[in-house]
Design a protein. Structure first.
Length: 521
């Protein structure tokens, strides 16, 4: 039997374990027999009060037989755990949807949960739990139905995986940060200054700008500086660069008889070398801080040339790195000042509206991340509660067939959320592809986040509303159909879903407060 999350592997077993415990307690105390007594009393009293003389006994007997038969049928099908339908831990499994990082996901089981559930938490889960025939059939049908629907839906591109991994890629090694700062100050700044002063418009440069974009000269890995004579091919750092061997033909300022420890490569070599070049180091650092990020870029944009794919990786790493790359006034994004002052200048330059969009985008992004992580856990815990409390509902309903139908629809309604979340994910991925039809622009939305915050905020708002709204709409539609479970499920799940959303809002508020404190300084 397939479940819909890692946690549900264990909440399913424990929920039905609690069911069995509660049922045994009610059997031992005699509570399960009280509904039969109620049926006998009601079917004696009501005909006697309203029936005609002579027909009371026959009417009472017929009603009593019918209701007792129905009650016994409900007890057998939906009350007493049956050895005929055991729930085995070995039959439960969960396979996460494929992602760009892991297109083939391992199947999680209770024995190999692929998570900390069952190893450090939820330990001692039962190997086999007997459950009533009716509820076993409901779970089997619901599981099969849901996964048949998911299999029939189109495969989504999973662009959100790229977004999440792109936020993790940064420069963690302080030595690499220093090397980036040195390259920025001693290669990029002189090259950009020369380019701004000369404003060359040769055919070769125009071709490079057409291929790599008009903003290519605005970052340190610029193809214009790398491929145009007089720029990176002739510029060299002022001091020795660790790791670069001394070359007498190149490092002519040193006496060959007393060579230095390290040499001074040309900026083009320093950036492009396949073994120890700065670009290669940054790509390696990206994969170290965000596992498989360079491969993820290739998976997202397989049609792009390898140079553009490498550029996307490096730009993302540099954009997530500390904002100041040198100790002079020229900093990241070519601001006129450094640190927080530069950030304040950028916000003021964009106006209060832009600042509001950026803040709202950040808050919504954090909120969405917290909510999406909480939803499957809320679903698993809700199902555990339903399974555990079903014995009380079965008895208090006086073994009603209507209770069996409503309970089955309640389980189906909650488990169907997984299909709705998959649908929301599919819509989200297609909205991303529609709003960023140029994959190169999509790759750059994290390297230049300020230019795309309005779109990102809109996407996050739509995605969050779909993940939260579709289950609410579905529960309401169940109520339209006459099944009185929609409002009850909404009321029950609201307190459970709220902490995830509140955590997201508070996390965003913390970031907002930190930015505000920085700006006031």
């Amino acid at each position: 039997m397939t479940v819909d999350s890692y946690l549900e592997l264990f909440t399913t077993l424990f929920g039905w374990t609690f069911y069995g415990i509660l049922w045994d307690v009610m059997v031992g105390t005699g509570i399960v027999f009280l509904p039969f007594l109620g049926i006998l009393i009601d079917n004696w009293r009501e005909p006697a009060e309203g029936g005609e003389f002579g027909s009371v006994t026959g009417l009472s007997l017929r009603r009593m037989e019918l209701e007792l038969f129905i009650a016994l049928l409900v007890v057998v099908l939906a009350g007493q755990p049956a050895a005929l339908t055991p729930l085995n831990a070995t039959t439960l499994n969960y396979t996460p949807p494929p992602t760009l990082i892991a297109p083939t996901q391992p199947t999680a089981t209770v024995a190999a949960p692929q998570s900390t559930y069952g190893s450090t938490g939820f330990t001692g889960s039962p190997g086999t739990v007997n459950i009533p025939v009716w509820w076993y059939a409901v779970m089997s049908m619901t599981s099969g139905f849901n996964h048949a629907v998911v299999e029939g839906l189109p495969i989504s591109a999973d662009m959100r995986t790229y977004e999440q991994q792109a936020r993790l890629a940064t420069i963690a090694d302080p030595r690499l940060r220093q090397e980036v700062s040195d390259f920025f100050s001693q290669c990029y700044v002189p090259a950009r200054s020369k380019y701004q002063a000369e404003r060359p418009t040769t055919a070769a440069i125009n071709t490079l700008l057409t291929t790599y974009g008009p903003d290519d000269p605005d970052w340190m890995g610029s193809h214009v500086y790398r491929n145009t004579p007089g720029y990176y091919d002739s510029l060299r750092p002022t001091g020795q660069i660790s790791g670069w061997a001394y070359n007498a033909a190149r490092d002519t300022e040193y006496d060959p008889t007393t060579p230095p420890v390290w040499g001074k490569p040309f900026c083009k070599q320093w950036w492009e070398d396949a073994a120890i070049g700065l670009r290669e180091k940054l790509i390696t650092e990206a994969d170290a801080t965000s596992t498989g990020f360079s491969g993820l870029v290739v998976a997202v944009a397989p049609a792009l040339a390898s140079e553009q794919q490498n550029d996307a990786v490096v730009k993302t790493v540099l954009s997530n790195a500390p904002p100041a790359w040198s100790n002079n006034d020229l900093t990241a994004h070519n601001g006129s000042s450094s640190g927080v002052i530069n950030a304040a200048g950028n916000i003021l330059k964009g106006g209060l509206a832009t600042a509001g969009v950026i803040t709202a985008s950040a808050l919504f992004s954090v909120t969405m991340t917290a909510v999406l992580q909480a939803l499957p856990m809320v679903q698993a815990v809700m199902l555990l509660g339903i399974y555990a409390l079903l014995p009380m509902v079965v008895v208090l309903s006086r073994y009603s067939i209507a209770m069996m139908v409503v309970g089955a629809m309640a389980i189906f309604t909650i488990k169907f959320w997984s299909v709705l979340w998959y649908l929301a994910m599919w819509v989200d991925q297609n909205l991303i592809l529609s709003m960023y039809p140029d994959v190169n622009v999509f790759l750059q939305m994290f390297a230049n986040p300020g230019e795309h915050d309005a779109k990102r905020m809109l996407l996050n708002m739509i995605t969050t509303s779909l993940y939260l709204g579709l289950p609410l709409l579905w529960s309401g539609m169940m109520a339209w159909a006459g099944v009185q479970v929609g409002r009850s499920i909404n009321n029950a799940t609201a307190p459970l879903a709220r902490p995830g959303e509140d955590a997201g809002r508070q996390g965003g508020a913390i970031g907002k407060a930190a930015v505000s404190r920085g700006l006031r300084r």
